[in-house]
Design a protein around this ligand. Structure first.
Ligand code: ARG
Length: 412
């Protein structure tokens, strides 16, 4: 617990978004400690332009500035693992921000090594989940690196303080001061909090939403789309093969235009706070829905039920920043074994904020019409039902035949 002590002259790799906090950090660490700054900006598919971000870093005095394209890696090695696992935190949040952090931590470590930095820095506060995800992510890969989060220790008390600091030094903040919300965005979804959203009795105003239309504004005509999965991974849209990044981008637009994927959630943070967050995850919501519909027809009952419990643990692990852990790889091994059967096509209808399944088909389908049918085709052995049902209900019959439970004062 040494805060920022002993940073003098350190070479620091800083996770840099170009926003207010990380711009102030870049400048302040140089001014305060004579530090050398190397910025690392990761493209995780956020729609907001990252163009010009390295120029901005150099303007702030960075010694080196990296802008790395992490989209493909994010989609294939992080997002699709979570999709296969059915990972939704507290049953709702598809974990866009939580999945992005470990990958940014990995990029930070790689560049810190290359640039011979001994310290890495991020812009997280001391009360959120993201600080833990960065810290745990970096330390799981590079236990010798020092990780600092200046916002946890510095003197600025508000955005206004930071804006004043920038104004004094001619640091441009134009792009960051407009929105009353704190927004984190990537390919898998957008997380929106602060401002009026901090009051859970108030419905989110329309201007909080960045990438979806309201269901009321969505088209009056429904749209049907077909998603093909291979081993649990979506590989084609309307029967045309498509790569991970393009598919998710396209589905964000398609489903977002139908008002799908808006989530309003009170969640339990790792640090114990309950917080209210608005999420927009049109592509993620649609893909989780289609994937789970395919699992309904391809997974046997016991595997499906066991996997549902694991989904919850998987989501919690990701939320808590334990991506680079042996538990996650063990979970993935289980999930991948289940996904060998998850092949086929699901057709989903999108209409005014709702999704409904139109059809599901799979070469590995376990649905047996001859067993399920109530027609003459039926092959199920009805007479075996008598013995099955009799044995199944044995505990209840046994209970009913014994003396009923009595209140304590009636006991002798
Ligand atoms: N609550 C989400 C999480 O813990 C998002 C955190 C970042 N949110 C934001 N609006 N900047 O993953």
């Amino acid at each position: 617990m040494n805060g920022l002590a002993g940073l003098q002259g350190a070479r620091i790799a800083l996770a840099f978004s170009g926003g207010l906090d990380t711009s102030v950090i870049a400048s302040w660490l140089q001014e305060e400690f004579g530090a050398e700054i190397v910025t690392v900006s990761g493209d995780l598919g956020q729609e907001k332009e990252l163009k010009g971000i390295t120029e901005k870093a150099y303007q702030l005095g960075a010694k080196a500035a990296y802008h790395v394209d992490l989209k493909k890696q994010f989609a294939e090695d992080f997002v699709f693992h979570a999709l296969k696992a059915g990972a939704l935190y507290e049953g709702v949040y598809p974990l866009a921000t939580a999945l992005g952090r470990p990958l940014l931590a990995k990029a930070l470590v790689e560049i810190a090594r290359k640039e011979e930095c001994t310290v890495v820095a991020h812009g997280c506060t001391g009360k959120g989940n993201d600080q833990v995800r960065f810290d745990a992510g970096v330390w799981a890969l590079a236990p010798d690196l020092r990780v600092i989060a200046p916002v946890r220790h510095w003197p600025f008390k508000s955005r206004e303080d930071e804006i004043a600091y920038c104004a004094e030094r001619g640091i441009p903040v134009s792009a960051t001061k407009a929105s009353p919300y704190s927004i984190d965005e990537n390919l898998w979804g957008t997380s929106i909090e602060c401002g009026v959203l901090e009051d859970p009795t108030v419905a989110p105003p329309e201007d909080a939403y960045q990438r979806t239309v309201s269901p009321e504004q969505a088209p009056n005509t429904p749209e049907e789309i077909a998603i093909t999965f291979k081993h649990g991974i979506p590989v084609a849209l309307n029967e045309e093969a498509i790569g991970a990044v393009d598919l998710i981008t396209m589905l964000n637009h398609l489903a977002g235009a139908h008002g799908i994927g808006r989530l309003d959630m009170i969640e339990n943070r790792l640090v114990g706070i309950k917080s209210r967050e608005i999420y927009e995850a049109p592509g993620a919501t649609l893909l989780h829905f289609a994937h789970s519909e395919l699992e309904r027809i391809t997974l046997d009952k016991w595997t499906a039920h066991a996997k549902a419990k694991l989904s919850q643990d998987y989501a919690e692990l990701v939320y808590n920043g334990l991506w680079f852990s042996p538990l996650r790889t063990a979970f993935d091994a289980f999930v991948d074994e289940t996904q060998t059967r998850v092949n086929g096509i699901v057709v989903v209808k999108l209409y005014k904020g709702t999704m409904s399944v139109r059809s599901r088909q799979s070469p590995n389908s376990l649905y047996d019409k001859a067993l399920a049918s109530y027609t003459a085709e039926d092959t199920f052995d009805h007479s075996a039902g008598e013995g099955f049902s009799k044995i199944f209900s044995l505990p209840l019959r046994t209970l009913a035949r014994t003396v009923p439970a009595v209140a304590e004062h009636e006991l002798v």
